[in-house]
Design a protein around this ligand. Structure first.
Ligand SMILES: [Fe+2]
Length: 366
């Protein structure tokens, strides 16, 4: 059997388009008028006032925690979500946090800012009206991405985990913006991209504008942490980003793939690419990748409630393993052999194949 996944992967790489450029620079291949139209779309949700004020206060060099706390407490729903998030397993607190000043003391200003933005924007985006586009499913994917970015950056200690968490939440904001502003026109783009990893090249071909570019532009326009803009812009083309942001862009890229393991119908391509990125870019083993995926499933479930995003309780690492087995059985000419190899790999919690670079799970697909 030919290795159609490897062909697919090369296709995406070949179509990766122009290298990322400086955030403030102009890219002649970008449809600037469409960019303006999408970013200026009045139907896009705005950052709620309390969240904007918390962001402003927490950004000041002489920020007073008591003022930030009293502002945050003006929005009881937001304050409750902050407490729920801090007490979730994703934050690993041993004792229960019961007040906002306590939560701010633990989070610090920087993390609080990131959390407040995420906790207000994501639920708002999840409820925004975008025709036939399933924005809730999209926000669910963003929550998985954000959490994966945090887990990866905590593990390899190259970037600020909380900043990367926000980066993961915001990197695909452009998809919702495009769906909101263009409606059916963007639905046709989505139809041509069977998985999220294909979207960037399809957008480039059909619109001369990518969701990554829009996400980065919105981060800047909404005065969100500007250091996130370029990694977000390069989250599908990290290999082409400048050296200073390559690590962040690469972590966002692999985090999106981790989300795909739990939200895409077929997780095989994502898993193979996660393995490749871990091995070639992050100096992590396939076993590390499996541990990240396992932790991701557990901790994202506990975050879902705070972000008002329902997470399927069946979306576990074991269940993703069973889906892998089913896919192996579909594509392997010898079902008994495929089942044995897939189940052995999952039981032993080891990589699902001996993939060579760019060749997902090597021998099983040839
Ligand atoms: Fe994306």
């Amino acid at each position: 059997m030919s290795c159609f996944f490897a062909h697919d992967l090369n296709c995406v790489r070949d179509c990766a388009g122009p290298a990322c450029i400086a955030v403030d620079g102009k890219d002649s291949s970008v449809n600037e008028s469409l960019l303006e139209r999408v970013c200026g779309c009045p139907a896009l949700p705005a950052l709620p006032m309390v969240a904007a004020e918390v962001l402003r206060l927490a950004s000041a060099p002489d920020a007073h925690l008591s003022r930030i706390a009293s502002t945050l407490n003006q929005d009881a729903t937001l304050a409750a979500r902050v407490l729920k998030t801090v007490n979730s397993s994703a934050f690993g607190q041993r004792r229960r946090i019961t007040s906002i000043p306590q939560a701010i003391g633990i989070l610090g200003q920087r993390q609080l800012k990131n959390l407040v933005v995420g906790l207000t924007l994501i639920p708002a985006l999840g409820k925004s009206k975008t025709g036939t586009f399933d924005q809730l499913a999209h926000c669910r994917r963003s929550l998985y991405s954000a959490n994966a970015a945090k887990i990866f950056s905590t593990r390899i200690k190259t970037s600020d985990p909380d900043e990367l968490f926000l980066g993961g939440l915001l990197m695909d904001l452009g998809v919702i913006a495009l769906a909101t502003a263009l409606g059916d026109e963007y639905s046709r783009v989505l139809l041509k991209a069977p998985k999220h990893a294909d979207l960037e090249s399809v957008e480039r071909q059909m619109l001369s504008l990518t969701h990554s570019r829009i996400s980065a532009a919105l981060v800047e326009r909404w005065n969100l942490p500007s250091e996130l803009a370029e990694p977000i812009r390069c989250h599908h083309t990290p290999q082409k980003s400048s050296h200073s942001v390559r690590s962040g862009a690469m972590l966002l890229y692999v985090s999106g793939l981790c989300a795909d393991v739990y939200v895409e119908e077929d997780p095989l391509w994502a898993i193979a690419e996660i393995e490749r990125v871990c091995r070639e870019e992050l100096q992590l083993t396939n076993c590390d990748a499996n541990e990240v995926l396992s932790e991701l499933a557990e901790s994202t479930r506990s975050l879902g409630e705070s972000f008002q995003i329902q997470i399927d309780p069946m979306a576990t690492f074991a269940e993703s393993g069973r889906r892998r087995t089913r896919k192996f059985l579909q594509i392997n000419p010898d079902p008994r052999e495929a089942r044995h190899r897939a189940e052995t790999a999952i039981t032993e919690h080891r990589p699902i194949g001996n993939a060579s670079p760019g060749s997902p799970t090597g021998q099983w697909f040839h």
